[in-house]
Design a protein around this ligand. Structure first.
Ligand code: ZN
Length: 84
């Protein structure tokens, strides 16, 4: 998606909200909470053909913070859920 190609419909009509302001803050919903004192701004990539949306955490330091503070998803969580 960051290369300008929609993974769902293969369109190259992909637009990025990387420059949209504000990305985060009290009035921006374009962010996720990491901890009680920290939020991470997100970059949005939207395909205007099918509406598919991808979001990325904008800052690498926030990624480190998430790795630090969040619980890692363990796989497999259970063994009797083998069918997709
Ligand atoms: Zn698409």
């Amino acid at each position: 998606m960051k290369e300008g190609k929609c993974p769902k419909c293969n369109s190259d009509n992909v637009y990025s909200g990387v420059e949209v302001y504000p990305k985060s803050g009290p009035f921006g919903s374009n962010s996720i909470p990491i901890s009680i004192t920290s939020i991470a701004a997100l970059d949005n990539y939207v395909c205007v053909e099918c509406g598919y949306l991808e979001r990325y955490v904008a800052e690498t330091e926030k990624l480190h913070e998430i790795a630090d503070k969040w619980q890692k998803v363990c796989f497999p969580a259970s063994t009797d859920n083998t069918k997709e």
